[in-house]
Design a protein around this ligand. Structure first.
Ligand SMILES: Nc1ncnc2c1ncn2[C@@H]1O[C@H](COP(=O)(O)OP(=O)(O)OP(=O)(O)O)[C@@H](O)[C@H]1O
Length: 961
């Protein structure tokens, strides 16, 4: 090895040792607490400053200062974070996204605190603890790794740690104090952060921003180690450190030379990018999205007026005040991008600063090439949108923590490889458009742009896309089942976010009359993200308030105040509601949910008397809030609705036109049903009750042969005593069936086998036919494979190639996604309610109508609302406020609003009381009678017995009967 190679290897080992320390700390903290501490670098920076304060400023001996810093201050900081931030969050059952926001809050708080205490400038007099001998550092790191390994493997604490990591609830039940394990994890993690900080400080710029970001890059090694393996983390850190040092020898020529050199000198960033975008995501499934707002914030019009006036006020200012104010609208446009992506879409986007920076950079480059400045800005927006598309494509496949890391990695990479590189930015200036060079005129221009952006985003939020984004945020699988094309919508949100950020970034640069990369630093991006979250990410007021707050505080005498304040508030996430939701709510008091009525006499077998007979107006007679099935079901001819004073609104759901001369079919439903204005739940009111139905589907054989228990033919289900042809005759037929019904072969699972990654074979050669116009029930013990089969039919799970097929009307739809199947007319509900809490009942239901097979049929949503008894004032209530029984109806109404031909219901009676279950049974029977294919996975024997034409029993991944 020549001496240069040796020297570079040594230098690389020194850097790699510090990175390995970070890796060890991150892995241990993650394993003990489940938290990937993004603030690790900020803790390192604080410890480096503390040591400097003790030794350089106060004159303490170095060993004493180092001991106090590493063994007292660093662990204490970890314990404070545990007790003050993360344990309360865990106790509240916060989701991973909230925990991540809290770590960002800690990051921003510590950076802001450091600026407040020690100023923003870099220090070059940090004490040297271990000398510059890389071997000493390497030995220290390896010793630490061995110590941690030994403790984990051979001590009682280690066994407890492993037990908590494997299964925390079980460990707690076994008497392990998981809180103590977590506290120890935080203390140790902070100790390693402190050690990293004091070792690195003499060799890198010690400033509040630089070191935390440097450590963020090193997260790559923990991700490469899958947040588990210490040897892999240490090995990866040393290897990248040495490779990075060796690459500094390269001096490639040509136009790409500087970029290649930048890549070589920032190999940890490359590793972060690869780890975050290419390797499988870390952090488990988790919640993809940020939590929906507890209350959809609605800004009172008067407040908008005040805000408008406040925004106009700076036009009367002059000098430095006006110059400062110029930053507010530009920053507000950048923050508006976060309202779209994080607020409405619920996606964790930590890279918006990079898109803002690219917007400014492209504007400056185009202007330098002679393009008029305003046109440069306009052109830079689509250019950055394309960059957003390219970078978001791999990121959107990720969830929760992995998505956060992916967006952060993109942000850091853009900053390191583009925004801060002289080859891209040297001698770059950024002027203002002609005619807007003075601050007042430019501010007015910014206000116009801001108003346009606000109007655009407001329109987006009000429309279909806004509803779909909110649904995506509230419940991604539910949104997909409602037909929302989730990946496309996520891409749209990220691209729109990138475009808005670029526009704001360009304006910011013009306002400052310079392209300053520091304005678009990733740390600043984290501050912006935290500020938007703290104030209320899904409010149009937030970008304005946050921009004004950040700009004002930053311009104040104490730099760092904004970061410290926002960071502090972000650490309280989950405990403190978004600040703007504390504004007085101007909405009308909400109508109470209609209390469940008592089961009417009819439901117990007494025929329903016309409403007028009771002297009451013919209000919908709901059973437990659900409109009753039609009177025809009782066998009594229904009088025309008009006769009861109720408009004969068509209530057909899936395809029939208004029915005339409908028969009063004999009762099939388990109980007699009261008349809801004589309106059929699935069709128009009976007109005269006398004529036989026309256009009914030809009765299909109820049972099929073959396929049970592993054969390849269709499963032979147990036919319900009341099912089959007799039951068919008994079904209420009050509407035309769905037009395709008689032609349809229905939904089929053919020879389906599904093995989960862990090796459990949940389905083994299962074949199942869902016949049109029939209710098929799937029963069986826990773990039988019912949900797996259900998910395969719905498209949430897809079998591997050659492991079976799903067909619809004979066509193979195995490869179709869940939302594509929803659009084909296969609707589903979920075992765990999938309702979008931030949307109103009506919006929930309309989402089903808008995204399904038949578009643009608001009447379908309306009929669906009426059918499920949700057409009253409750339709305007936010779903978050409603009880389970009502929400089950909302979910069903949403599924029906898309006019499906097939309805898959996963334990639809879960959480319903007896009356609600009865009402549900009646509705499902009536829907099947109208031609709908219904599959019910259910544990409630009464519901199954009452409605199913065919009952299949599953066990051990096979259909037994
Ligand atoms: N995501 C998964 N990863 C690994 N195994 C799984 C997964 N989901 C289910 N299983 C296993 O597959 C088998 C079938 O599970 P499934 O949930 O389909 O049964 P089920 O009949 O719906 O049970 P339940 O009535 O309790 O919901 C079980 O052994 C279960 O442990």
């Amino acid at each position: 090895m020549d001496s240069l190679t040796y020297e570079l290897t040594l230098a690389g080992l020194a850097v790699g040792s510090a990175a390995a320390l970070t890796g060890i700390g991150l892995v241990v903290t993650y394993r003990a607490t489940g938290v990937l501490n993004l603030a690790h670098g900020a803790v390192a920076m604080i410890c480096a400053y503390v040591l400097r304060q003790l030794v350089v400023v106060w004159g303490w001996p170095l060993p004493l200062g180092a001991l106090v810093t590493l063994l007292l201050v660093a662990p204490a900081l970890g314990l404070v974070l545990d007790r003050g931030v993360f344990r309360p969050l865990a106790l509240r059952g916060s989701n991973p996204a909230q925990t991540l926001v809290a770590t960002i809050g800690v990051f921003v708080l510590l950076v802001g605190g450091a600026v407040l205490l020690w100023g923003p400038g870099a220090r070059d007099d940090a004490p040297v603890v271990l000398g510059d001998d890389p071997w000493a550092q390497l030995a220290a790191v390896l010793a630490l790794a061995c110590l941690v390994g030994a403790v984990t493997r051979w001590t009682r604490f280690g066994r407890e740690l492993r037990a908590v990591v494997d299964n925390r609830p079980l460990a707690v039940l076994a008497g392990i104090d998981a809180d103590r394990v977590a506290a120890a994890g935080w203390a140790f993690g902070s100790f390693t952060a402190g050690l990293t900080g004091v070792l690195l400080a003499p060799y890198v710029r010690l400033d509040p921003y630089g070191m935390p970001l440097l450590v963020v890059e090193v997260i790559a090694v923990a991700v490469i180690a899958r947040m588990r393996s210490l040897p892999v983390a240490v090995g990866a850190a040393l290897a990248i450190g040495v490779a990075q040092a060796q690459l500094t020898r390269l001096h490639p020529e040509g136009w790409a030379g500087p970029l290649i050199q930048a890549v070589g000198a920032n190999l940890f960033v490359v590793a972060l990018l690869v780890a975050a975008l290419v390797l499988p995501g870390v952090g488990g499934k988790g919640r993809d999205a940020l939590p929906p707002p507890t209350r959809a914030p609605r800004v009172p019009p008067a407040l908008w007026l005040v805000v408008g006036v406040l925004l106009l006020l700076p036009l009367g200012l002059a000098g430095s005040d006006l110059h400062t104010a110029v930053q507010v609208p530009a920053l507000a446009v950048i923050l508006l991008s976060l309202v779209v992506v994080a607020g409405r879409g619920g996606q964790i986007a930590l890279g918006q600063a990079a898109y803002a920076g690219l917007g400014a950079l492209f504007t400056a480059l185009l202007a330098a090439a002679g393009v008029p400045t305003l046109l440069s800005l306009a052109l830079s927006v689509p250019m950055v949108a394309v960059a957003g598309l390219v970078t978001a494509r791999p990121a959107i496949r990720r969830h929760g923590l992995a998505l956060a890391l992916a967006t952060l990695a993109v942000g850091v990479a853009v900053s390191r490889f583009v925004l801060t590189q002289p080859y891209a930015t040297a001698d770059l200036s950024l002027g203002r458009p002609g005619g807007f060079s003075d601050d007042r005129a430019f501010y007015a221009l910014e206000l116009v742009v801001l108003a346009g952006c606000l109007a655009l985003v407001a329109a987006l939020r009000r429309g279909r896309t806004g509803r779909a984004l909110a649904a995506l945020r509230d419940h991604e699988p539910g949104a997909e089942a409602a037909g929302v094309p989730v990946p496309r919508l996520k891409l749209l949100a990220f691209v729109l976010g990138a475009a808005l950020a670029a526009l704001g970034g360009g304006l910011l640069g013009m306002g400052l009359r310079a392209f300053d990369p520091d304005q678009y630093d990733p740390v600043r991006g984290l501050l912006w993200f935290a500020a938007v979250l703290v104030l209320g990410a899904d409010s149009l007021l937030t970008p304005l308030a946050a921009a004004a707050l950040l700009t004002t505080l930053d311009a104040g005498p104490q730099a760092g105040t904004a970061a410290a304040l926002i960071g502090l508030l972000a650490t309280l996430t989950g405990r403190l509601p978004p600040l703007l939701t504390l504004l007085p709510d101007q909405r009308r008091p909400e109508a109470p949910v209609p209390p469940p009525t008592t089961v009417p006499a009819e439901a117990h077998g007494t025929p329903a008397a016309p409403a007028e007979a009771h002297g009451t107006p013919a209000a919908p007679a709901e059973i437990h809030g659900t409109p009753a099935a039609p009177a025809e079901i009782h066998g009594a001819p229904a009088a025309p609705a008009e006769a009861h004073g109720i408009p004969a609104a068509p209530a057909e759901i899936h395809g029939a036109g208004p029915a005339e001369g409908r028969p009063a079919a004999p009762a099939r439903a388990p109980a007699a049903v009261p008349a809801e204005g004589r309106t059929h739940p699935h069709g128009p009111p009976a007109a005269d009750g006398g004529q036989p139905s026309t256009g009914r589907p030809a009765p299909l054989p109820t049972t099929r042969t073959g396929g049970a228990g592993g054969s390849h033919g269709p499963a032979e289900g147990r036919t319900h005593p009341r099912g089959g042809a007799a039951a068919d005759e008994a079904k209420p037929r009050t509407t035309e069936p769905a037009p395709r019904t008689s032609r349809r072969a229905g939904l089929r699972a053919v020879d389906l086998t599904l093995t989960y990654p862990g090796g459990v074979t949940a389905l083994s050669h299962v074949t199942l036919d869902l016949a049109p116009a029939r209710v098929t029930a799937l029963v069986g013990p826990n773990g039988a494979g019912k949900s797996t089969l259900f998910d395969c039919l719905a498209g949430t799970l897809r079998p591997r190639r050659g492991q079976g097929r799903i067909t619809l009307d004979g066509a193979d739809i195995t490869g179709r996604s869940a939302h594509a199947r929803a659009r084909l007319g296969i609707a589903r509900t979920f075992q765990q309610l999938a309702v979008f809490p931030s949307l109103t009942v009506e919006e929930n239901v309309r989402l089903g109508e808008e995204r399904r097979r038949v578009r643009g049929d608001p009447a379908a949503a309306e009929r669906s609302l009426r059918l499920l008894g949700l057409a009253g004032p409750v339709r305007h209530r936010a779903a978050a406020d409603l009880p389970t029984g009502t929400l089950r109806r909302v979910e069903l109404a949403r599924a029906l609003a898309g006019r499906p031909h097939t309805l898959l219901l996963d334990e639809p009676a879960a959480g319903l009381d007896a009356g609600e279950t009865e009402a549900l049974a009646r509705i499902l029977s009536a829907l099947a009678a109208d031609g709908l294919t219904v599959l019910v996975v259910e544990h409630d024997p009464d519901l199954v017995a009452g409605i199913a034409d065919t009952v299949h029993t599953m066990e051990g991944g096979r259909i037994l009967s």
